[in-house]
Ligand binder design. Structure first.
Ligand code: HEM
Ligand SMILES: [Cu+2]
Length: 655
């Protein structure tokens, strides 16, 4: 009996690695710390009422943001560990298996649990405010989406200490990810972690399409919408077509693993290339899902801080729409070497190159907006300006990769690693940082320190180029991706050391940002105007942070840059119109999204360990939650006029 238990626990818990014991202790201490603080400050009720059960899009956005920054930390530590390992030839900091696990979790976490939720944070915080709405179309579903993401991410992260991490790469190609080569629970953690959070992402896509189409303030035509809102629409259109493909692909992989399906394994008549086609049919659009909102963010920032209308609004809209369609016809560029033949490769080479055109249009529009503008070098603007050259180089190396014959040389080399980090960090991460600095005062009502921000900016940027430029050269020198060590006589040592130094600079940049946030909480300059940047769009027309109903009176929109127009009119009339309030219809909080997601987590955990009864228990819980929701008739309420009046008085602004 005791032996059985011992045997079980040595399979169940990951043991033998000092780093993992460290993580175990850290997790326990953090948990104990959180429980202690919450109990000591008597905050449990507050936590439940204000956050865990909230359906307020702003709070959900903030929770997305915090989880995403946490995941950036985890993914960043993974990155530094890998760079340490690669710094010197024949170095034995990590072993090969550990290296495989780390590049897998790093890639997965960065894209699915860092970039995606940070993007959803902006969707949530900004979109309803920009279109003059009080919430998203389906507030309850929005909470479900968040908690599914959160518990999916937790399930994935749990693999580090229980059962073992996946190690077949961030897209889990079979046969490597099949039972034969990955018998442990790592791959199942991958499948269910992503599956659960992916359902949430799909629901968010639907939710924001409906929000944008149905919840706009009176008078706001589609062509009056701020460009960020447009970018969200474009991104969500891709989501609703791409994520079902991911869901099905992962389900098929699970069938292979659990039921011995042989869909993707040669031994039973399946074909691994089928999986690779399917996963990239989601994977390629996925990179546009995260980069389009960044384009939207840059468009808002460039217009605001050049103090001009955006140049070429219509061409911006069309280019985003074209990108969202084209993104579906390029996936084969990830495996030109598959042997599909020249005709197929030519088609995908041309479509890939074609995406450069609308992207180029956007870059020129940003530059023309800045041209002759009165540019203010604020923190959001700094990141925007740094993004442009970075993204142009990333785009150029992308076009190099898209030349199918040349790709036979670049394929799976460090050149590729440098390229995709250039677009993912230079485009997505810098874009999201720009957005964080831009909307921070709106979210929290205070500004972040400039000096610390500049330190963060320069360490990130210098670190970035020092880290990734050498990797292009390493690619040409023959270094391939996903290797954990190399010989002295390859001559890759010096450039790898440089690259690692750069990575640490980026790590220091992240520390500056964490410091900047803590500093801001304590000393940050309060924003009492609600409009610290002299903004152009409606989110700047309400107090910071906004009251939970957002707009006391829904504004009427007459054109683009709605808030700018209102300000111009007010200047002319010099009068502030006082508005009459009427009761506001709002959704009630609900604990069901949180509880239901815990049941999903339990189900996912059961499926990961192939414990059928646990899985059935979890899924039954999910069903019960859905049933309970369908009997909740009393799910909304009205805020009475005097309460609105009181809130508006206390934030000091009316109208
Ligand atoms: C912060 C600085 C970063 C550094 C120093 C870094 C470093 C690395 C390294 C060393 C690898 C493994 C390369 C190999 O051995 O093949 C890697 C892979 C990867 N990284 Fe990063 N990374 C960073 C940020 C990011 C970000 C922000 C994203 C996405 C938003 C990202 C996405 C990926 C992906 C998808 C892979 C491929 C994983 C795989 O091969 O399965 N990285 N990164
Ligand atoms: Cu692609």
């Amino acid at each position: 009996m005791l032996d059985k238990l011992k045997d079980f626990s040595s399979h169940f818990f990951v043991t033998g690695e000092p780093m993992i014991y460290g993580a175990d202790v850290a997790i326990l201490l953090t948990l104990a710390g959180i429980i202690f603080v919450l109990t000591y400050l008597k905050k449990w009720k507050w936590l439940w009422r204000e956050w865990l059960t909230t359906v307020d899009h702003k709070k959900i956005g903030i929770m997305y943001m915090l989880s995403s920054l946490l995941m950036l930390f985890r993914g960043g530590v993974d990155a530094l560990l890998m760079r340490m390992q690669l710094a010197f030839p024949q170095w034995h900091f990590l072993d090969s298996n550990h290296y495989n696990e780390i590049f897998t979790t790093h890639g997965t976490i960065m894209i699915l649990f860092m970039a995606m939720p940070l993007m959803f944070a902006f969707f949530n915080i900004v979109v309803p405010l920009q279109i003059g709405a009080r919430d998203v179309a389906y507030p309850f579903l929005n909470a479900v989406s968040f908690w599914l993401f959160f518990f999916g991410a937790m399930l994935f992260n749990l693999s580090f200490v229980i059962g073992g991490s996946p190690d077949a790469g961030w897209l889990s190609y079979p046969p490597l990810s099949g039972m034969q080569f990955s018998p442990g629970p790592g791959q199942d953690f991958y499948i269910w972690g992503i599956q659960i959070s992916g359902i949430g992402s799909l629901a968010s896509g639907i939710n924001f399409i409906m929000t944008i189409l149905k919840m706009r303030a009176p008078g706001m035509k589609l062509m009056h919408m701020p460009l960020f809102t447009w970018s969200v629409l474009a991104s969500c259109i891709i989501i609703i077509f791409a994520f079902p493909v991911l869901t099905v692909t992962l389900a098929l992989l699970f069938i292979d693993r659990f039921f011995d399906g042989h869909l993707f394994t040669m031994t039973g008549g399946g074909n691994p290339m089928m999986y690779i086609n399917l996963i990239w049919m989601w994977g390629h659009p996925e990179v546009y899902i995260v980069v389009l909102p960044a384009f939207g963010i840059f468009s808002e920032i460039v217009a605001t801080f050049s103090q001009k209308k955006i140049f070429g609004y219509k061409s911006m809209v069309f280019s985003m729409m074209i990108i969202s369609v084209l993104s579906y016809f390029t996936w084969v560029h990830h495996f030109f070497t598959m042997g599909a033949g020249a005709n197929v490769n030519v088609f995908f080479a041309i479509t890939t190159m074609a995406i450069g055109i609308p992207t180029g249009v956007k870059v020129f529009n940003w530059l023309f907006t800045m041209f002759r503008g009165r540019i203010q070098m604020t923190q959001p603007m700094l990141w925007t300006i740094a993004f442009i050259p970075c993204f142009v180089v990333g785009g150029a190396t992308g076009v190099m990769l898209s030349a199918a014959p040349a790709d036979y040389q670049y394929h799976n080399s460090y050149f590729l690693v440098a390229h995709f980090h250039q677009v993912l960090i230079g485009g997505v991460v810098f874009g999201f940082f720009a957005g964080l600095y831009y909307w921070w005062p709106k979210m929290f009502g205070f500004k972040l320190n400039d000096r610390l921000g500049k330190w963060a900016f320069w360490t990130w940027n210098i670190g970035f180029y020092v880290c990734f430029m050498p990797q292009y050269a390493l690619g040409f020198m023959g270094m391939t991706r996903r290797i954990y060590t190399y010989d002295f006589d390859m001559g890759w040592g010096p450039l790898n050391v440089i690259s690692t130094v750069g990575a640490f600079f980026m790590g220091i940049g992240f520390i500056f940002q964490a410091w900047q946030i803590l500093h801001g909480i304590k000393y940050g300059e309060r924003d009492v105007t609600g409009d610290p940047w002299n903004g152009r769009t409606l989110e700047w027309s309400i107090p910071s942070p906004p009251p939970h109903y957002n707009f006391a009176v829904i504004p009427t929109v007459t054109g683009q840059d709605a808030w700018w127009t209102i300000k111009e009119e007010r200047k002319k009339k010099k009068a502030k119109e006082t508005a009459a309030f009427s009761p506001i219809h709002m959704p009630k909080n609900s604990g069901i999204p949180f509880i239901m997601s815990i049941f999903w987590f339990i189900a996912g955990f059961g499926l990961t360990f192939h414990w059928v009864w646990v899985a059935i228990f979890g899924l039954t819980g999910v069903g019960a939650c859905l049933l309970a929701r369908s009997f909740q008739y009393n799910s909304d309420y009205y805020i009475p006029v005097d309460e609105i009046q009181h809130t508006e008085d206390s934030v000091g602004r009316v109208g």
